[in-house]
Design a protein around this ligand. Structure first.
Ligand SMILES: [Zn+2]
Length: 199
């Protein structure tokens, strides 16, 4: 229907989450209409993010160097680890200004139905960090969803066995059940952090 390059752009845009065929067409025509400079800036931004951004070697947060900014920051409390599912979950916790420790990004949540087992997440890496010593508390800030809760319980049980001296806490209730951390407002999330309870 369209010249092949246009069809190719529509196909690629349509692979993005939440973008249906019609939206993909609308975006493609918007890009066609925009000036060459803006279109190139978009293409360059996509290329650059793939070339320059990787995962932090310590916590698996997004990083443009071997270690992310938070792991490099000496002022952050290295005895505290906040465990989240995705790199996008670090931002809402940071926005609360209630947390001064470090992070550990799992890369998802346990979901046997979807074939996501402990080996598919950075769980072994978390245990290694805790067992390396110097950690006093692990805050489990996985999402208040079925898979997020299951992941928190799995990690809490394993940590109790491997590192009984480390306090394991979970965000206080008050977060909307079934939602993602990403969508929690900072006041609610801040209160959930302050009121975290021992598991
Ligand atoms: Zn890091």
């Amino acid at each position: 229907m369209y010249p092949p390059p246009v069809q190719r752009l529509i196909t690629e845009l349509g692979k993005l989450p939440g973008i249906g065929q019609r939206t993909a067409q609308r975006l493609a025509f918007h890009i066609l209409r925009s000036d060459a400079e803006d279109a190139t800036a978009l293409a360059d931004a996509i290329r650059e993010v793939k070339e320059r951004i990787g995962l932090c070697e310590v916590c698996f947060n997004l990083a443009d160097e071997a270690r992310c900014r938070i792991c490099q920051d000496e002022r952050r409390d290295a005895s505290l680890i906040c465990v989240v599912e995705e790199p996008g979950d670090v931002i809402p916790v940071e926005r609360t200004h209630e947390y001064r420790g470090r992070y550990h990004v799992l890369g998802g949540a346990l979901s046997p139905i979807d074939g996501i087992d402990p080996e598919d997440l950075k769980i072994a890496e978390l245990y290694a960090r805790v067992l390396a010593g110097g950690i006093t508390e692990v805050v489990l800030a996985t999402n208040p969803t079925t898979t997020g809760e299951a992941t928190a319980l799995h990690i809490a049980a394993a940590l109790r066995e491997r590192a009984p001296d480390v306090v394991v806490t979970r965000l206080a209730s008050g977060l909307p059940v079934g939602s993602d951390l990403e969508y929690a407002d900072e006041v609610t999330l801040g209160k959930a952090l302050v009121g975290r309870r021992t598991l």
